[in-house]
Design a protein around this ligand. Structure first.
Ligand code: MRU
Length: 347
């Protein structure tokens, strides 16, 4: 079901192939890539053709379908053993978003039970993961928006946790869509989000397409915006939430949470339960992706940094549970998260 202010979808399957909107080229160019091998899918995740935790999980699930098509055709008797290398190839694409490993585990569990032709049931499972994600986003949209007071000021979001980062509708952007439809907010501020500019290129594009007013700012402007009393909530997604409620999300989220606490602004983290990793006790144990320093030293293929300088480029940071006012999943709202409340929500 496509709702108003909800028109964008970045992933689709058609005629035995996976089509991904190439997010590296947005907003200037809208090109879909047609993928027909598991290697191409793993590469698309690595190269950020598709990004955002739930979208990575859905994409990997379809990658398993492509792998099964190939392996079953090659050797119908040993495809279940032979596909293990393909699962590993997908698992090595990016380390932080747990949705990737969650989706691969779901596909692997099904693979272990299958007898006979595997493609149809695996495709059905990938479709289910896709559809469930959109439904979870609609549910979270309603739950999250219920936390936002009538006539609230604007909200601030970071990176892109919208339709492009999920099956559709979005996590943080899903709450923002719902709050906008409910007339509770009238303005969204978006951090541009160096170095990949997900805010400037993706969130701004997505919100403009869906007719929700968006104002961009450099990340460094967030403190001043809060100081001026312009926003009521910081609303973000997550790549992995530890059992104690610590949150991994796009680098800079932690800065926002510290600023928000100082200024009395609330922080909402919106993520499906496929993003919650109860096997990881605390945020410090979450693997953080370190990307190439070239992404910081260069911009659009052009060196911008002084020659001789090096750069650090952690893709994510950890926001301690203490700084989070609410975690919203499709199963409910956890206010002031801790281990006990997270256990209860996940049970
Ligand atoms: O490096 P990216 O673009 O994959 O990072 C994405 C984020 O940090 C998102 O906030 C997160 O995955 C949640 S998406 C609903």
């Amino acid at each position: 079901m496509t709702q108003i202010h909800d028109t964008i979808r970045a992933i689709r399957w058609q005629d035995n192939a996976l089509y991904l909107l190439d997010q590296r080229l947005l907003p200037a160019t809208h090109t879909e890539l047609k993928l027909q091998t598991v290697e191409a899918v793993a590469d698309a995740i690595k190269q950020m053709v598709v990004r955002g935790a739930p979208a990575i999980g859905i994409t990997a699930a379809y990658g398993v379908v492509l792998a099964a098509m190939h392996q079953y055709q090659q050797d119908a008797n040993h495809w279940q053993q032979n596909i293990q290398a393909d699962l590993k190839c997908l698992a090595e694409s990016r380390p932080t978003a747990v949705n990737l490993f969650w989706a691969l585990k779901r596909m692997e569990n099904l693979i272990a039970q299958l007898e006979g032709e595997p493609v149809a049931p695996l495709k059905a499972e990938a479709d289910k993961i896709f559809a469930e994600d959109i439904q979870a986003n609609y549910a979270m949209g309603k739950l999250g928006a219920s936390l936002i007071a009538e006539n609230s000021k604007a909200v601030l979001t970071h990176c892109n946790a919208g339709s492009l980062a999920t099956g559709g509708f979005g996590t943080a952007i899903g709450v923002i869509r719902q709050a906008y439809m409910d007339g509770k907010i009238s303005q969204v501020y978006a951090d541009e989000t160096r170095p990949w500019m997900q805010g400037a290129r993706l969130t701004a594009w997505e919100l403009v397409q869906d007719k929700i007013p968006v104002t961009l700012q450099v990340e460094g402007a967030a403190g001043q915006l809060m100081q001026q009393g312009k926003i009521s909530w910081v609303i973000v997604g997550s790549d992995r939430i530890a059992a104690n409620g610590d949150v991994a999300n796009k680098i800079g989220t932690y800065n926002l949470a510290v600023l928000a606490r100082y200024h009395g602004v609330k922080v909402m983290v919106v993520a499906p339960t496929s993003t919650v990793d109860m096997a990881i006790q605390k945020g410090a144990d979450i693997p953080i992706e370190q990307r190439s320093e070239d992404e910081v030293l260069n911009y659009a293929g052009q060196r911008i940094a002084a020659e001789g300088a090096s750069a650090r480029n952690p893709a994510f940071d950890i926001t301690p549970a203490d700084l989070v006012d609410a975690i919203v999943t499709e199963k409910g709202i956890v206010e002031k998260p801790d281990l006990e409340k997270m256990r209860q929500m996940m049970s």
